[in-house]
Write a protein that binds this ligand. Sequence first.
Ligand code: SIN
Length: 490
Amino acid sequence: MTVHDTPSTNLRDQLSDPDLLREAALIDGDWIERADMPVIDPATGDAIGHMPDCTAAETSAAIAAAEEAMKDWRARTHVDRADILMRWYQLMYDHAEDLARILTAEQGKPLAEARGEVVYGASFVRWFAEEARRINGHIIPSPVPGKKIFAMKEPVGVCAIITPWNFPIAMITRKVAPGLAAGCTMVIKPSDFTPYSALALGVLAERAGMPRGVLNILTGRPEVIGETLTASPVVRKLSFTGSTRVGALLAGQCAPTLKKISLELGGNAPFIVFDDADLDAAVEGAMQSKFRNGGQTCVCANRILVQSGIYDAFVAALAARVDALTVGPGTAEGIAIGPMINTSAITKINAHVADALAKGARRATKARDLPAQFADPVVLSEATVDMQLADEETFGPVAPVFRFETEAEALALANGTPFGLAAYFYTTDMARAFRFGEALEAGLVGLNTGVVSHAEAPFGGVKASGLGREGAQEGIEEYLETKAFHFAGL
Ligand code: SIN
């Protein structure tokens, strides 16, 4: 894709509240405006605007601001913190259309999906505002007389939050809301592809009454900011969503200062359909799981494994649905799949498809002639394990369908990967449902559903897919320490 560094005022003109679009970083309540780097609309390659490329000194200033702000923030009551979070949640709803437009402009996903992400993102803020009042410790019977032991929950400290481009709102709120509810303060580094959604959240947080320094947002290239955040002894926690490679790198950088870490990393999700499955439901689930955000999610089905008795019917039904998908700019009406995030994403997708076709896969869908920034949604039948897409996350709208005969074979294929984020399976045999669900090596298992993402449910992976859980009751624990307070002399 050709990238044009030409600022455009179009996006600002489309917003009912243009003040939400900030070409700045937020440090200690100050908006630092600089036009160091362009932010690109992936559908056109044109610049939407610019952002600062924050320096190590600015990163250190944000850390210092968060440390100072935490003195007051942690001392507040949970009710006070929850009230601010609830106002933030409400403001996200009030400005949902503007947030969705900003998101689509910088990320590319269709507006309908962007609206869905705003609701999904806001749900974490509400959930953790509610969870704030359930940060309970407990009292432990003492083994010696005259003593009581309290297990007390305390905020872990200043947190570094590094988020990806595929969910520019929800991945921030899923990390930041539990931390804020727990009494921590935040230094956020959004992806350099999608800073404006984060900054708009910053504007709304300010309006909700978030005190200065509690929420800092640094824009720019990841290396310097990431290194400064991970090296700082003041930062006590890192939460990262992104690739396994970068997650491992960041974990190494955090090791000398022994930070608490949460890592939500890559996946290679199997989507298994047994002969006894409800075919229509399985096809619907595959569409939801595979083509959400154009296939650019960590929980997207990467390998569709189908038992031989239902294989041909499944491939035909899935291909018909995929042929009906509309591809185009996310801002256009009725679009199902927007542009891919950048040229290297397209190159990888095309390489996976070419490799599969060269090794015997068959294209079950029509071929489309699309502009360079869009990927052709495709169903590939007769996929086999020697193909690149069996081992690597494609992160695009490619649905390879593998054939299997027995349950044991399906399990070996499903678990035969270093990753373990999501796994899905379709069956109407309840004994198999339990047996197979328990045997899957994944942090998230969907039985007869292609959707495993809700604020109420723990989200996270096993094996090379990461550490820790987000959302749910578990999500707030990641931002807490337990202090054993031995209270003697009673
Ligand atoms: C991700 O792709 O990292 C998150 C997807 C989700 O929350 O459903």
